[in-house]
Design a protein around this ligand. Structure first.
Ligand code: BDP
Length: 498
């Protein structure tokens, strides 16, 4: 029996807000009711979307590259964590810091002046883009290649659009394309341009003016890297941009090669938002379906794919007791499999080093204001799938939901009917290339166990923890005699036995 623990060596007091405290109390005091029996019928003759082998991914700030030892073949702890997540994942490098980084091709190169189209605006209490600027060197890109080779992962590489010129972007792209080779999936230019409040006059900024800047930069790159592929627009929330951009690109006779349309998704935020409760996190989320339908329709116009390139539970760095607990594992498992059913080519959950994500937010992680115990005992940022604590890299709860969904990578979804009664549960089924059929059942209910009648299937893997607020999560294979109940707040993967 293989059980993996997210963390055994540190104890954390996680109740960081009155809302989280109330949630914890209600889970502790509510006894589980008698199990409900779910009806589940599989339709293996009705295949759905194929889930790519590289469906799973992580997203990191581009500023991680300012420390060339981070994404490097020498960083064995981080490499081991990525390999444990997926043998063929996709590392997306971007985030807000991608629009303040500059390419430093030689040690003598100096920071270029700000281009004339930049209208700098610094939100109150945040460091200015000038203060946050950093350099990316050839050494960082060479080390990134070694890191990707060691992990078996590929990369989506973000280049500055906010404070950069087409010529400088092309200089960097030439070196990146040559160095990363087949490890480079595609470029993205600019992060969350729909919210370019720091860099442009927002009264004149829209999907069209964005594309007016994006096209010359993409064209400057492909003039020197003919095989370059691109994804765009990597919007934060305005998914409508995907359709207008697809419409305009579809009319071009000579367009840059588009590998995917991309957007971001955070369940909620910022950490002070009263909506950031575990009870809300585990409810069905109609926005996910809506986004998926818009992305699919826009991508169809360009005959391309669509990917959720950055997201997590709670923007502005995550919320303690919400983003870093078992509820986030169940959310991630369900969210990732939902995106698979919606036809996404992949998903990158955001995280990384606390300092880099703090810089992406102007210098601070607002979640720190909600912590009452030793801040060093918490992952920073709070939502990160892999935390860097002391000298170790630690798999956080959200990453166990990713491991759960990873079991479906390379499989083809199959249709199913699932009726869990009034239990808050979801189910997904897929067929692996080996012919094995997998069924995932995620019981997000805080009070009701779920019994499953599915002859010829047995529970093969479980995702469990002591409570929804637990920081220690278990995911692993279980013995054949493990029964057919999916207890309150847990998930299971069933395999066909005959
Ligand atoms: C996104 C940004 C990213 C931030 C993240 C957050 O792209 O750089 O770290 O939000 O707010 O909007 O946590």
């Amino acid at each position: 029996m293989l059980l993996r623990m997210s963390r055994m060596d540190r104890r954390r007091f996680l109740v960081a807000s009155a809302a989280a405290a109330a949630t914890l109390k209600s889970f502790a005091q509510t006894p589980a009711a008698a199990p409900q029996t779910a009806k589940l019928t599989l339709h293996p003759d009705k295949p759905g979307h194929a889930i790519p082998a590289n469906f799973l991914g992580l997203s990191y700030e581009t500023q991680q590259l300012s420390e060339p030892s981070f994404f490097s073949p020498a960083n064995t702890g981080l490499i081991a964590q990525l390999r444990a997540l997926s043998p063929h994942g996709v590392l997306r490098i971007g985030g807000n810091t991608s629009d303040v980084g500059w390419w430093k091709p030689t040690p003598e190169s100096t920071k270029p002046p700000l281009p004339a189209n930049v209208v700098l605006q610094t939100p109150a209490g945040e460091k200015s883009p000038e203060e946050l600027a950093y350099a990316v060197t050839p050494e960082a890109v060479r080390n990134l290649r070694g890191f990707l080779d060691a992990t078996g992962w590929t990369c989506i590489y973000g280049i500055n659009l906010g404070t950069n010129t087409p010529e400088l972007a092309a200089d960097q792209a030439v070196f990146v394309a040559k160095t990363l080779g087949a490890k480079l999936e595609y470029f993205q230019l600019g992060n969350e341009p729909d919210g370019f409040r720091r860099f442009r006059d927002k009264t004149k900024w829209n999907a069209d003016t964005y594309l007016d800047e994006w096209l010359p930069m993409a064209n400057a790159i492909r003039a020197r890297v003919p095989e370059a592929r691109f994804a765009l627009p990597d919007v934060a929330g305005n998914i409508g941009w995907l359709a207008s951009i697809a419409d305009r690109l579809a009319t071009l006779t000579d367009s840059p090669r588009i590998a995917a349309l991309t957007h971001h998704y955070y369940f909620t935020g910022p950490p002070s938002n009263p909506k950031a409760t575990i009870a809300n996190l585990l409810q069905p989320d109609s926005k996910v379906l809506h986004n998926g339908q818009l992305a699919q329709a826009a991508a169809a116009k360009l005959h391309t794919g669509y990917r959720m390139t950055e997201g997590n539970t709670c923007y502005r760095g995550g919320k303690p007791g919400f983003s870093d607990v078992f509820a986030a594992s169940l959310w991630a498992a369900d969210y990732l499999l939902t995106l698979a059913t919606l036809g996404y080519s992949g998903v990158n959950l955001h995280g990384g080093e606390g300092k880099m994500v703090a810089n992406s937010l102007g210098g601070k992680l607002p979640g720190d204001e909600l912590v009452h115990d030793d801040p060093a005992s918490h992952p920073h940022p709070y939502y990160t799938p892999i935390a860097h604590i002391g000298s170790s890299y630690v798999a956080e709860p959200v990453s166990f939901g990713m491991r759960f969904a990873q079991q479906f990578a390379g499989a083809t979804l199959i249709d199913l009917d699932f009726d869990p009664g009034d239990v808050n549960a979801t189910a997904y089924a897929a067929k692996l290339p080996s012919g094995q059929i997998l069924v995932a059942v995620i019981n997000k209910d805080a009070t009701q166990d779920l019994d499953l009648t599915l002859p010829s299937y047995r529970i093969a893997y479980r995702l469990t923890a002591e409570s929804l607020t637990s920081t220690t999560v278990k995911f692993g294979a279980v013995a054949a005699s493990h029964g057919t109940t999916i207890p309150v707040a847990s998930a299971a993967i069933l395999h066909r036995t005959t």
